[in-house]
Write a protein of this length. Structure first.
Length: 250
């Protein structure tokens, strides 16, 4: 009988082994990104054309940050993601792509000098945020909005999440920001002013870069930190389980 069809305690073997695939993605991401130094994650539309003003805005912003010593992390695909990696690579900076396996086959852009591949979105999301000194959302669609709101939730509810969050292009984001102010805060009181103060809206690449540079100089702890009181896993056990998975995968 095929292992995929075997069930124990109502859980298929395939579901059980998926835990090790997830673990493998976390371990690889942690090991590859732990030494990159200060970094900025940049998000935006995957379908923006190279002639698009937002593409050029992203490339310029990434170049300024890379020159200042920041690694640039993108989703590794085309559009705004490509522009972010291109801006970093052109000035000799660290250009990192966190690529994802999709049904329509995302093609990694050629401007990455470190690229990782993920099957699971949630593993990839952790990598975007864990090592970030800053988070920039360029104009984009649902994926960009998802990343933006997830960052706000982490800052609002998970006190160890600390990093500047910036929306680039006031004209593009003004409708969303006004809705948050007038509907979410003023009409329904579901959020407070302090929740809106955790992000900035900018038009100028240098202004956005300066916000992140100032944060980095402040010496504040970056990215997602484990809350005090949580039991830490022993590294030896993690490597033991990961090595067991690698043997099984062969």
């Amino acid at each position: 009988m095929n292992n995929d069809t075997i069930e124990r305690f109502g859980v298929s073997t395939e579901e059980t082994w998926r835990v090790f695939r997830i673990m493998a993605e976390f371990v690889e991401g942690f090991e590859e990104l732990a030494t990159i130094g200060p970094a900025v994650s940049i998000f935006g539309s995957a379908i923006a054309k190279r002639t698009d003003k937002y593409y050029k805005l992203t490339e310029k912003t990434a170049a300024i940050l890379a020159k200042a010593g920041f690694a640039i992390i993108s989703g590794g695909g085309g559009g705004i993601m490509e522009a972010a990696n291109k801006g970093a690579a052109k000035v000799g900076g660290k250009s990192i792509g966190l690529n994802i396996d999709l049904p329509h086959e995302q093609v990694p852009n050629k401007y990455q000098n470190l690229n990782l591949h993920f099957r699971y979105f949630f593993c990839r999301k952790v990598m975007f945020l864990k090592y970030a000194n800053g988070f920039i959302a360029m104009p984009g669609g649902f994926g960009t909005i998802d990343e933006f709101f997830e960052a706000l939730v982490l800052i609002q509810t998970f006190k160890q999440a600390v990093f500047p969050v910036i929306l680039m292009d006031k004209a593009y984001w003004s409708g969303l920001v006004n809705w948050m102010k007038k509907t979410m805060m003023q009409k329904h009181h579901y959020i407070a002013q302090k929740d809106l103060d955790v992000f900035k809206v900018c038009d100028d690449p240098q202004e956005a870069a300066d916000i992140i540079i100032d944060f980095q100089k402040s010496g504040k702890q970056r990215g997602i930190q484990e809350p005090a009181g949580l039991k830490k896993n022993h590294g030896d056990n993690l490597h033991r389980d990961f090595n067991y998975y690698k043997r099984w995968r062969k």
